[in-house]
Design a protein around this ligand. Structure first.
Ligand SMILES: *Cc1c(COP(=O)(O)O)cnc(C)c1O
Length: 490
């Protein structure tokens, strides 16, 4: 399987190289040359998560030796997820929540960031790369911690995470600044997520800087969902979710379902689109945004316009105006039109917007949910079913309620449940009509009580772990900071 840049068909690489590079040299994203077809549903019905992951990863990452993929899958989806099936499908409130947050950092980012370090390490080894890899990640809250934890103490790799100062939840911040591991670095940047993400993309495109790093013995890579090594592992859980419905006898093989995804950088929903293109019977993909509703507007009008203020909401991991993976989606639905994609992306960078006149509304349903709608969804579902959603999942559930009202389409539906409510106690508690306590851990205790579960150890230990990272930098200082931190490790 070859991978092309979305902006130029002439440059193609195999998956190991795409994973090491993270992003193509022309600024485009790597996309597979085709979508492999899934085996018959009946034939996959008996597969465990690990077996399914091996099957799907093997189709896309076919330049890896089979033993490497086995080791990667076994290492990623075993004890890090408590040696249970890593995702659970829970039926509540008329939908099926695909709980993707049972990993080490309590958000769905773990589904890919537990395996990416293995894929990276094996790729470096197989390609005989001598330099150390510097993995950069911009985070709106959850990628950062998941990347730090995933790459911690991986030999030959340094990981640097930039998060928007003031733009992540209290708990997300605590998770990052207490990160252990000699090779981990965390920086707050004075700006928002888009600033951090753009800063990193610019650094990737800065040849001079890359040469300078190379002289010091480093090459850059990315842990954001621009890396194809993040995207493909996410395809697995949508297929798994469908098979769960099938195993429960809730659908017939071949019956179409809808999938609702709380969306920020468009990675998670794109993985669902890949599953659909591989033959999984999905009818509507429902793209849910919070008040930063750039994507909703795009799907409504065909114009993508980032010229607006980024709002800070209770779903910080979706506080994004430039959704990177939309580029891949546009590439696929335009029939691989590199030229058109390049023009649109250049327009977005230069002018702040682009219009796609060929856009068909059939492709995707886009809606958004306000803060009040999120709160009432959390409260309603808790009152009716005793089930607690985090604010991101609640954005998706709110949008689903609107969709149902508007269309009456009552197909079986999967909602991607992307974070544990423990990561966002403030919104969860206030939505339930209770006063939010001053102390974060008192709030966490209240969430545990509402959920009727123990506080996970990863959350409990944060109360006493020492703070190890306190660096703050300006956007313009990212390049210097990276060099400085790398020198400190040496
Ligand atoms: C990252 C994240 C999202 C958005 O996912 P994208 O792949 O960026 O669209 C939604 N919810 C949570 C909890 C997240 O961490």
């Amino acid at each position: 399987m070859r991978y092309y840049s979305t902006r130029n068909q002439d440059n193609s690489v195999f998956s190991m190289e795409a994973i090491i590079k993270g992003i193509a040299e022309d600024g485009g994203l790597f996309v597979p040359e085709s979508f492999p077809a899934l085996p018959k549903l009946e034939d996959m019905k008996g597969l465990t998560y690990k077996e399914l992951a091996k099957l799907i990863l093997g189709m896309y990452f076919d330049d890896y030796p089979e033993d490497d993929l086995d080791e990667a899958v076994n290492g990623a989806y075993g004890d890090k997820f408590g040696n249970r099936e890593p995702v659970r499908l829970v039926e509540k409130g008329g939908v099926n929540f695909l709980e993707l947050f049972h990993g080490p950092t309590l958000a769905f980012k773990d589904m890919a960031l537990t395996i990416l370090p293995y894929l990276m390490r094996f790729a470096l080894h197989n390609k005989g790369i001598e330099e150390e890899v510097v993995v950069l990640a911009a985070t709106s809250g959850d990628t950062g911690k998941a990347a730090l934890e995933g790459f911690r103490d991986v030999p030959g790799v340094n990981v640097l995470v930039f998060y928007p100062k003031g733009g992540v939840s209290q708990l997300q911040r605590l998770q990052m600044i207490t990160q252990r591991g000699e090779n981990t670095h965390v920086l707050a940047i004075e700006g928002n997520f888009d600033d951090a993400q753009k800063g990193i993309k610019d650094i990737f495109g800065d040849q001079e800087y890359n040469n300078e790093l190379k002289k010091e013995g480093y090459v850059l890579s990315s842990a954001n969902s621009i890396n194809i090594g993040r995207l493909i592992p996410q395809v697995v859980y949508y297929v798994y979710g469908y098979l769960e419905l099938l195993r429960d006898g809730r659908i017939e093989a071949g019956q179409e379902i809808n999938i609702v995804v709380p969306t920020g950088n468009f990675g998670n929903i794109l993985a669902a689109y890949y599953a659909k293109m591989m033959g999984l019977p999905i009818d509507r993909l429902i793209c849910s945004s919070n008040d930063n509703k750039v994507l909703t507007d795009f799907f409504e009008t065909g114009t993508y316009d980032r010229r607006r203020d980024l709002l800070l909401t209770s779903s910080p991991s979706m506080d994004i105006l430039v959704s990177s993976n939309l580029e891949r989606f546009l590439f696929h639905i335009s029939g691989n039109d590199h030229e058109a994609v390049r023009m649109m992306m250049e327009g977005l960078t230069r002018e702040g917007y682009f219009t796609w006149s060929d856009f068909s509304k059939e492709e995707i349903y886009g809606e958004f949910a306000t803060e009040e709608e999120v709160a009432s969804s959390i409260r309603d579902l808790y009152d009716k079913e005793g089930y607690v959603m985090d604010p991101h999942t609640a954005v998706a559930y709110s949008v689903y309620r609107k969709y149902l009202k508007e269309t009456g389409d009552s197909k079986p539906t999967i909602v991607a449940s992307t974070a544990s409510p423990f990561k966002f106690p403030e919104k969860v508690i206030s939505s339930m009509g209770k006063d939010v306590p001053q102390d974060l851990f008192t709030g966490i205790g209240m969430v545990a009580k509402a959920m009727d579960v123990e506080i996970p150890i990863q959350v409990r230990e944060l109360e006493t772990l020492p703070v190890l990272h306190g660096n703050v930098c300006k956007k313009e200082e990212m390049r210097d900071m990276i060099l400085k931190l790398l020198q400190e490790v040496k």
